[in-house]
Design a protein around this ligand. Structure first.
Ligand code: COA
Length: 405
């Protein structure tokens, strides 16, 4: 190395050191902001927990109320609606707050936090999950076709190994989705745990006459599953795309109606294929049941028979319950509530009460009389509630609701 190179190196180092000093300041600022953000995060989590705790108590109390006249009835129903709205608003807040991972994720991943706090990243994760399911099912479909064509045990085993790995991975991804606010029903998660088990049983089912008499049917069933998965992918993608745009627009009524009409059309198309799949599943169970009379049957046969029966019946029940549940959600306007603006403060019954008061002064006096001690008691109970001291401390810092009516 000659002197010019040394001089250049020293000059570079001096420049770099200057830049590093700037970076150090920036990092210090970042650490301070990070601490502030974490402290705010803890306060918000405590605040949401506190709101939920009090809402539960109010909800419980309201259930015992017996309205004696029309005004009280209207008060009660308005308060019910406000509680629903508040719950939806709290859920929205929780979307940007960390949530505990749950026992299953803690066991397999360790104590890391899997909360996704960014809305776009959340949609992207769900989108990747749907794409993952489609791709693996298509690979499975190709493997099943190869298996059917070549009739070679090695392809069967490859397919079954893929099944075990796929469902195992799904359970992890779904648990992460659940932590991040997905409303996926418990049955679908259980379904994927049971399917992992079924894949394991298939993998160790010994080759032989009994296995071979069921094998082709199993492979055709898997081809049909891949087709179903494609239809579900198209539906879920459509739902996701629409929900994403709903969250970004303001003219809610129009888009929510549009969303519902699209969803019912999608479901109307999908459901017959789903039910055909469930009948196929029950038919698998029926064939396996008959195979238990075969002299060479092994324990895998009755076991898989039970698994297919449970899966078929569970799927039929859950999918059939989805429809009435969706109708009731639609009636209650729950989807609209999901996109309620966080800064919108609801006190609908107060508005109505004010207008009633113009005609009925005694009614207003009665309500005010009820509200006064109730408010006092609530303030007292909030400080002596079951929250720990830390939580109560945090709550004091949370600004009160803005009454803008
Ligand atoms: N697997 C994983 N997630 C599912 C799911 C499934 N089978 N069914 C619904 N979900 C998710 C939805 O994506 C949604 O997630 P989000 O809260 O993150 O947005 C949440 O659960 C709530 O869904 P919901 O509104 O109840 O239903 P939907 O309109 O999204 O879907 C069906 C309804 C019936 C189309 C859907 O449940 C389905 O495809 N079921 C059939 C699955 C099946 O039978 N598989 C086996 C074939 S043999």
């Amino acid at each position: 190395m000659d002197n010019t190179e040394l001089a250049q190196s020293l000059k570079d180092w001096a420049e770099l050191s200057q830049e590093y000093a700037g970076l150090q300041d920036l990092h210090k600022k970042y650490l301070i902001k990070l601490q502030e953000a974490l402290a705010l995060q803890r306060k918000c989590v405590a605040g949401v927990n506190h709101q939920r705790y009090r809402l539960k108590a109010t909800d419980k109390l309201l259930k015992h109320v017996r309205a004696t006249n029309d005004e009280e009835n209207a008060e009660k129903s308005d308060l019910d609606k406000d509680i629903l709205r508040r719950k939806a608003q709290l859920s929205q807040m929780e979307d940007s707050l960390p949530r505990p991972s749950g026992r299953y994720l803690n066991i397999i991943l360790g104590g890391i936090n899997v909360s996704i706090l960014d809305k776009k990243a959340k949609y992207d994760y769900k989108d990747q999950y749907e794409r993952f399911k489609l791709i693996v099912n298509l690979v499975g479909c190709v493997l099943a076709c190869i298996s059917l064509y070549f009739n070679m045990r090695v392809f069967d085993l490859m397919f079954m190994f893929l099944t075990v790995w796929y469902y195992c991975t799904l359970t992890i991804r779904e648990s992460i989705l659940k932590v991040n606010g997905s409303r996926i029903k418990g049955w679908w998660r259980l379904h994927h745990f049971i399917s992992t088990f079924a894949g394991g049983v298939l993998l160790i089912w010994p080759d032989g006459e009994v296995y071979l008499s069921f094998r082709n049917q199993l492979m055709w069933f898997n081809v049909y599953l891949a087709f179903l998965q494609y239809l579900q992918f198209a539906y879920q993608r459509g739902v996701l795309y629409r929900l994403r745009s709903l969250g970004e627009r303001n003219d809610m009524d129009i888009t929510i109606d549009g969303f519902h009409s699209w969803m019912w059309k999608g479901l109307g198309f999908l459901l017959p294929f789903l039910y055909a799949g469930y009948i196929f599943q029950l038919y698998n169970a029926y064939v396996l049941f008959h195979l238990t009379y075969h002299p060479q049957y092994t324990w895998q046969v009755p076991c898989l028979c039970l698994v297919f029966t449970v899966l078929g019946l569970g799927n039929i029940i859950t999918t059939s319950l989805t429809i009435p549940l969706k109708i009731s959600e639609h009636r209650k306007g729950l989807l609209k509530l999901r996109f309620t603006r966080l800064d919108k403060y609801f006190w609908t019954h107060r508005k109505r009460r004010d207008s009633e008061a113009v005609n009925n002064k005694k009614y207003l006096e009665d309500v005010e009389r009820i509200l006064r001690p109730a408010t006092d008691t609530l303030v007292e109970s909030s400080s002596s509630s079951s929250m720990d001291e830390d939580t109560s401390e945090n709550i004091k810092d949370i600004p009160g609701p803005k009454k803008n009516n």
